[in-house]
Write a protein that binds this ligand. Structure first.
Ligand SMILES: *Cc1c(COP(=O)(O)O)cnc(C)c1O
Length: 410
């Protein structure tokens, strides 16, 4: 056995080894996580953390969920993977469940959110190619967007910090400022193949698309015939207390990207298509070695069963009400809080200064949150969090905010 016995290795040894050998693209907090249970994580020294970021929106059922663990273990003893050369019992069931939830009848399975966005972009282009409209290749995206890190998904991600080192990227992509409904009407033209948007921008600071902008985009897509991709990787699948936030905005996407919460910790991505878009694809157009493997499908089915049959979506909606009230109260105690945005288990708390110090102060107090868009504290707790656990987390955040604000003032 060559496995590293974590209980005999110190955090500093683990960090030193990784720092020497892993490509340095992550600015990690200097703690080593070894296990979890529900909304709590534990580090190598046994310290407990209340986790309100859940692996960036992934651990939807909490950590070490016993039902998920049992199914994953059972499936591992049966079969993990058989490739897409053959059928297995679970892809069809999962696609059917996703179709019921979204109204989009066909799914392509992949392994991450970026891959799902990538598949949506490819199938949108494919759709116009099949229709014989070869010049219709333009893409419209929004400023503040984040759609992933692969070349295609990066090409529709606005942040120059992510983009600039990797050009030239896929084009032509036109970026429009969210909530500039006049600009969207001119940006979407008969050359636009597809418009891609996050119904609530996640990495961009938990910013919901306005109803007016959603209408403007729908209208412009209808007029020009452009397709619409809803990137629901972060905000979708019940995170807001509703199945999909695009539906809440009255949008009817032709394509949808899913990931994060879907596998509850097992990597799963899904790209969903309308019958029309799917009908334009042909055998061999796209594929994935791992995509839709048995393990991934079983995990996603556990999540969807909890969400739609065991009351988890309703639970998230209730937690959302509680969260709104709790965060409004937090904002009323701290003038540094300038805005609270979100729903369900997706919240952004904007402050009048960089949020990194607050994230650090929270970590020191045993609370895991993160910062996005510089001045926004983001919360993506597990869907299963209780009102008491949420309140406990916000009490720690309150304390962390106070400490940071007082330190700055003194
Ligand atoms: C996280 C995220 C992605 C990328 O997902 P990965 O699994 O990291 O590839 C894409 N779109 C949105 C909206 C996301 O939040």
């Amino acid at each position: 056995m060559t496995s590293v016995p974590t209980d005999t290795v110190s955090a500093s040894d683990i960090i030193a080894r990784e720092t020497a050998h892993v490509v340095q693209v992550y600015r990690r907090a200097p703690i080593v996580i070894t296990r979890g249970r529900g909304v709590y994580l534990y580090d190598v020294d046994g310290r407990e953390y209340l986790d309100l970021i859940s692996g960036v929106g992934v651990a939807s059922l909490g950590h070490a969920n016993p039902d998920l663990a049992r199914i994953v273990a059972e499936q591992s003893l049966e079969l993990l993977h058989c490739s897409n050369l053959f059928f297995h019992p679970y892809q069809g069931v999962l696609a059917e469940r996703l179709a019921t939830l979204s109204g989009l009848p066909r799914t392509f399975f992949c392994n991450s959110g970026s891959e799902a966005v990538e598949a949506c972009l490819k199938f949108a282009r494919r759709s116009w190619f099949t229709a014989g409209d070869r010049s219709r290749t333009g893409i419209v995206a929004l400023h503040g967007s984040f759609h992933g890190r692969t070349m295609g998904s990066l090409s529709v991600t606005a942040d120059p910090h992510y983009r600039d080192p990797f050009g030239p990227l896929l084009g032509p992509v036109t970026f429009v400022t969210p909530n500039d409904d006049a600009a969207i009407a001119t940006a979407i033209t008969p050359e636009t193949a597809v418009v891609v948007l996050e119904p609530i921008q996640g990495e961009g600071g938990v910013r919901p698309l306005s109803q007016a902008m959603a209408h403007a985009i729908s209208d412009a897509c209808q007029k020009s015939g452009a397709l619409l991709i809803a990137d629901e990787v972060q905000c979708g699948l019940g995170r807001t207390g509703r199945a999909f936030h695009s539906a809440a905005l009255g949008l009817k996407p032709d394509l949808m990207a899913l990931g994060k919460a879907l596998g509850a910790g097992v990597p799963v991505g899904a790209a969903m298509f309308s019958a029309e878009v799917a009908s334009k694809a042909a055998f061999g157009d796209h594929g994935s070695t791992y995509g839709g493997n048995l393990l991934a499908c079983r995990a996603a089915l556990v999540f969807l069963t909890e969400l739609t049959e065991r009351g988890l979506m309703e639970h998230v909606a209730e937690i959302g009400e509680h969260a709104q009230a709790t965060l409004n109260a937090l904002a009323s105690r701290h003038s540094a809080v300038t805005s609270v945005r979100g729903a369900g288990v997706m919240w952004g708390i904007e402050i009048d200064r960089p949020a990194a110090a607050v994230v650090q102060a929270a970590l020191e107090r045993g609370l895991l949150i993160n910062r996005t868009s510089d001045t926004v504290i983001r919360l993506l707790p597990p869907f299963v969090i209780t009102a008491e656990e949420f309140t406990a987390g916000i009490a720690i955040l309150d304390d962390a905010l106070t400490a940071v604000i007082e330190e700055k003032a003194s």
